[in-house]
Design a protein around this ligand. Sequence first.
Ligand code: CA
Ligand code: ZN
Length: 302
Amino acid sequence: MASRVTRDRAFFAFSPRIGAAMHVRQGEEFTVETHDCFSGQLKSSSDTLDTLDWSITNPATGGVYVEGAKPGDILRVDLLEVKATGPSVMVTIPEVGALGDLITEQETTILEHSGDSVVYKGKVKVRQKPMLGVIGVAPASGEVPNSTPGDHGGNMDCTLVTTGASLYFTVGVEGALFGCGDMHAVMGDGEIVICGAETPGELRAVAQVVDLPGLPTPFLANDELVVVIASAETSDEAYKEAVHRMHRFLTGIAGLSVNDAAMLMSLVGNLVFCQVVDPLITVRFEFQKSVLAQYGFELPQG
Ligand code: CA
Ligand code: ZN
């Protein structure tokens, strides 16, 4: 049976101190159960934020200690399956989020899961695309609350963190101490009201160290795209960092010239907001693998 870490192994800040909830070998499949971002405290529309214990919000599960992962290594985590178990919950919070100026009433809404959809207020069916809002590895030192994204990963709220994606992180501590949480059954890019369909769930994954020195992390790849993710205090800083990181990847690792990388980024690349509601803004830059293939470049498989 594959290794499993249960959702009671929750932590609330990425740090070297989260310790190992489970050890896995490189390439060994493992499963991580995740709570929703309220630790399951909101079960009906009458459960409001007034009675919420905020100290246990934004849990992540872990750490998963990957044998042989050393500080400075690049760890690739392949998301074999991101599965939302439901039901989901959404909230509005006055004065919070990109529309906080208009929101005066706190509301809790439960979204039932029906087949591969979630159902909003009994009438709007939305196809699920389960993703993990929080995913990352322990930083080399200090601690980063799970609410906050950063170079270790964390609360990036990137909709591409879904089944079939590979995430790349720079290892901060021995064993990497991977963790994840804050699953959304579905979420729009930007997460403007401060939540998606917040759901408990399960990740099935494998992790291994790969030989990609200098890779700007966090980095993501799926069947079609390579993606860099950057977080900063302002959206201006975040987008500039994201485009520079992608350019660094295209020139330093994929071998394109300065101008080819820049022109092709302008021709086929996409700059996308991941979220605008966390303590830092997160932006990603997406670039087509098919273009890299025409330069004879491929990410290492093994
Ligand atoms: Ca989040
Ligand atoms: Zn969330």
